[in-house]
Ligand binder design. Sequence first.
Ligand SMILES: NC(=O)c1ccc[n+]([C@@H]2O[C@H](COP(=O)([O-])OP(=O)(O)OC[C@H]3O[C@@H](n4cnc5c(N)ncnc54)[C@H](O)[C@@H]3O)[C@@H](O)[C@H]2O)c1
Length: 309
Amino acid sequence: MKTALVTGGSGNLGRLLSRQLRSRGVQVVQFDIPEAEPQDKDADEVIVSGDVRDSALLEKLIKEHKPDAIFHLASLLSGTSEADIEMAWQVNATASFDLMRLALANDVGQFFFASTLATYGAGVADPLPEDEPQWPDLFYGATKVAVERLGVYFKLKHGLDFRCLRFPLVLSPFAPPGALTAYPSHAFKAACNGETSYVFPVSGHIGTSTLFIDDVISSIVNYNWADKNKLNRHAYSLHSYVMRGDMVEEAIKKRFPDFNARYEPVAAAEHMLGGLPDVVDDSHARADWQWSPDYDFDGTAAKMFELFS
Ligand SMILES: NC(=O)c1ccc[n+]([C@@H]2O[C@H](COP(=O)([O-])OP(=O)(O)OC[C@H]3O[C@@H](n4cnc5c(N)ncnc54)[C@H](O)[C@@H]3O)[C@@H](O)[C@H]2O)c1
């Protein structure tokens, strides 16, 4: 891989992925809305501002830079999608459709899409088998499952090297505000900033399959470097450990004994996180491209404290 286009390139995953790709010698074009542009740009960051719905601009960019891979991360998240479903459809679904067609028309070859466990909907089996039917009940999940299907169509019909990972909740020091799943990340940050209390919008006993951000980034890199012929599935679900609010509270209290979680469940967050499984079968990823996360919950908590101190 010589050149890559990363949409959502100023986001939580996009910036770290871009750094990782650059460290492998890949020239990276990070694409994001101007409002997302970071203040602390790295010297070698090439950031292009624009809207992913502007397919004429993306066509110009692809023709100019000739990427051999697109990492498509630009998206509205769970909360923001539910709040504006028209815009969520345009950004998450229509723009993805247009971008995959541009990838095909310009011989980009490899197209990575970041999907989510929210494509399965609530009340699924736990542990979640990968082949569980995907019937999302939130608009975010509906847009994501639509793109999964479109990607598979373009792969089977036109040979696009479509690759897709379904992430569970991601714990990250850079967790975006628009995700219903971001509260544990924000709780760590609040405690490290000296706050002695934080409102958890989900009951403490509700568990959710979780990954630490560093494992997310290495999964994207390793999967996209994997031999195409060894990938037996169109998409893979990933899992590392179960995380509950009370585990987050306990971990923070060990470090900051005065800290208290205030549990004030919000229906939408409780519904989404309560509906996600604690454990996900990720054996296909482990077998096909040797997926193996480095971080368990304790390792994640230690790293979050280190990064915020
Ligand atoms: N963080 C998680 O828990 C999680 C879990 C599962 C899947 N994902 C997926 O991973 C991807 C990255 O998520 P993230 O955590 O980095 O979120 P993020 O919000 O930090 O990043 C998304 C980026 O997309 C950009 N974007 C939004 N609308 C755009 C538009 N119209 N044009 C151009 N850019 C636009 C945003 O500015 C943002 O920088 C998303 O596709 C998300 O659905 C994230």
